[in-house]
Design a protein around this ligand. Sequence first.
Ligand SMILES: C[S@@+](CC[C@H](N)C(=O)[O-])C[C@H]1O[C@@H](n2cnc3c(N)ncnc32)[C@H](O)[C@@H]1O
Length: 238
Amino acid sequence: MTDAEGSRPLYGMFTDIPPHYDLINHLITWGMDKKWRKKAAQTCLSFRPRQILDLCCGTGDMAIEIAGLADYPVEIRGLDYSQPMLDIATAKAATSQDKNIIFVSGEAGKLPFPDEFFDCVSISFAFRNLTYKNPLAVRHLAEIIRVLKKGGHCVIAESSQPTNGLIRACYHFYMRQYAGRIGGWLSGNKAAYRYLGESAAGFYSPVELSKLLVKSGFQKTDYHPLFWGAAGIYSATK
Ligand SMILES: C[S@@+](CC[C@H](N)C(=O)[O-])C[C@H]1O[C@@H](n2cnc3c(N)ncnc32)[C@H](O)[C@@H]1O
């Protein structure tokens, strides 16, 4: 059975790459991923949420960013299905000041939380994994809606599609040729970073992604492009 057909699409990839994950991210985005997460964390906190889920938290940077920026009490859960990612996240949070984060092992398609528990769900650079050619996409979106309170928000930082055709072509070339290759070379997992290049190039435009969110049950969506639209921050209200 291939990853895409399995009940845990991409799982093997995300248990293999964690040791190199942060470094490769910074190299591929020229360090901008840190700024983009910070911007997403600020967007999340602008809604003044108390209970926050950082879905697909990976090595924990987004959860730690939110905890560090919050100037009022928050409770943050970071969830991921890759134990190696969670181990790195836990070690980072232990050395930072942020004691109000609980990292949880779990599946985005079956979240271990009650209905309407969270004020905000943040997802940084994982919405593409949850939805792009993913047979479980509908289930993932339904789970996000289920655990959000009415009026709660989902904040997504993700790769996007530049609207300018020339910039878009350059971006696709960059993702496939540079990002895909350097990631594969540094991590030793060529398939994982070929997937990154291909999925980023084929991913939804801002209009398509906003439509997907509305179709899934969100009422209102907003989009803020980053770096000429190579990435973007979406917020959606339940
Ligand atoms: C590209 S990484 C993003 C990590 C982190 N949010 C960041 O900003 O760097 C995607 C993460 O999503 C996790 N993931 C993918 N599919 C998942 C699923 N169905 N359930 C739980 N975690 C999942 C992977 O293990 C990985 O840590």
